[in-house]
Design a protein around this ligand. Sequence first.
Ligand code: PLP
Length: 231
Amino acid sequence: MPNITHNIKLVQQRIADCARGAGRSADAVTLLAVSKGQSVDRIREAAGAGLTRFGENYLQEALEKIDALENPGLEWHFIGPLQSNKTRAVAENFQWLHTVDRIKIAERLSRQRPGSMSPLNLCIQVNIDGEKSKSGVAPREADELATAIAGLPGLRLRGLMAIPTPGNPAVSPREPFFRLARLLDRLRALSPELAHLDTLSMGMSGDMEAAIAEGATIVRVGTAIFGPRGR
Ligand SMILES: *Cc1c(COP(=O)(O)O)cnc(C)c1O
C-alpha cells in the first residue's frame, strides 16, 4: 500500500519548489488528485491528508465513488473523454469538466446544468501536438469554440487543457505547454467575454515541472500520489 499522505507532501513540495523557481507563488498552482483506478479508501486517505479536488476519467466509476464518499466538501473534475449521451450525469454531479472539444457537448451541458448549482467550470481540450488519433480541438479551432461556449448559460469557461505526447527528445518538454499558454493569451485578448479566462490545466506526474514552468494553474496528478492504478 503506497503511503498516500507522504506522497502528497512530496508532490506538494515539487509543486512549491518548481513554482518558486519559475517566480510564481506555490498557491498559484492547484493540485488535482487523479483518482481513476484507485479505491474509495485511497481517496478517503487523500482527503484526510487535506486534498479536496479529485479527477476521474470514467463516468460510472466516478459516480459510484462520489456516492460512496458522500463528502460534500470534495470537488469533482471530469477529465476523460465525454460522449454526448452522458453529459447529464456530468452536469449534475461535477464542478469541472476539462475535456470539451465540441459545441454540441457544451450546449447539452448548458441545458442540463441544474439551476440550483453554480455554473459548471469548463476547459477546452486542445490537441496541442496535432496528433491524428487524439481528442481535442486543433489550436486554430479554439477561438471559435471558446466564443460559442462563452455565450452559454450554466457554464463558465475557465481555460484550456492539454495532454502532450510524451517523449520527443528533440523538443523541450516545455514546448507544448508554452504553446498552450500562448493560445490562452490569444483567447483572452480576443474579446471582453474571454478576458477572464484563468486556467491552464496541464502537467501530470511525469511532466508537472515543465508545465508549471510554463504557467500551469492546475496540475493533474495520479500515480505520484496514489501509486500504480489497478482497475
Ligand atoms: C490519468 C490522467 C492523469 C494522471 O496521470 P498520472 O501520470 O498518473 O499523473 C492526468 N490527466 C489525465 C487526462 C489523465 O487521464
